[in-house]
Design a protein around this ligand. Sequence first.
Ligand code: KG4
Ligand code: ZN
Length: 328
Amino acid sequence: MIILGIETSCDETSAALVKNGSYVLSNIVASSLKLHRKYGGVIPEIASRAQLEYIQPVVSTALKEAKIKIKDIDLIAVTKGPGLGGSLLIGLSFAKALSFAIKKPFIGIDHIQAHLYAPALSQKIKPPFVGLVVSGGHTSLFFVKNFLSFKLLGHTVDDAIGEAFDKVAKIMGLAYPGGPLVEKLARRCKNSKIRFTCGRLDRKLDFSFSGIKTAVLYKVNSLNGKISFRDKTGIAHAFQEAVFDDVVKKSLLACESKKTKRLVIGGGVASNMRFRQKLMQAALKNRIKIYFPEHNYCLDNAAMIAGLAYHLYKKMGGSKLSMQIEPT
Ligand code: KG4
Ligand code: ZN
């Protein structure tokens, strides 16, 4: 079964052709990131205009690269949410129009659940497992009984982890998106005494990152505008260690509570090498097997949308043309 995946939830426009749920024939990603940089974050109106501009060439390129004719696709899979309303609307309207024109079914897919399918594009993963999504918009733990059943175990009560990375970077005067830059700085840290901690919550599997972000702001303000490179590396290192310790601890706790030895990771922050190292060390001690996505499937992409759609469509069939976007 050949599925055309379409992902337009934020500032990436992506289209992919995936055969039978895991064989990726093409995965094209265009990003409007550079248009948002000067504002220090994604501007929804700019993102949706770019989606409109990019969607048709991105889909055409994906078909061309996969050497697939439009009449040969069996299903169109599209992100229905969560994400930015305007951006989601472009993808869904495009998918509906294409479905109507070529008389092929379409199916709406949840973006967060698809992030947890990304590791399955390159390795066999047998549910049940605990899934951890660490992205710019979400930080959530799920119990995944099968690819049709995602039970939320905990989530962030304020900022998402990637958002916290981006804000900490902004406080230190770094560019957007700040996650990779904070990782780079942290790697240069030598013997810093700076320490941060994440807030404690009543619900043990929930997350909170706004307190630590404010602690970083206070630390930077206390330097009276004289932040040195050494300060920056110390702050980046202390921030990164604290948030990853928190996420690793809660992921293991979730595995223990669900009595599973499988942990699947998804989302942009999964490309952080220190995160992978910390998680691997903890997993080894607890005999838990970790499944990471390949680096090109950590960030938003349409291959994960088409991959998950294969399982959903087989069990539940397609969506109705009246389907609406689900931005939150
Ligand atoms: O999954 P994603 O593309 O976006 C959402 O679906 O929300 O992830 C983007 C996020 C950004 O916040 C970015 O700063 C963060 O992932 N990120 C990282 C790294 N690479 C990307 N955070 C920490 N370390 C990285 N190496
Ligand atoms: Zn995402």
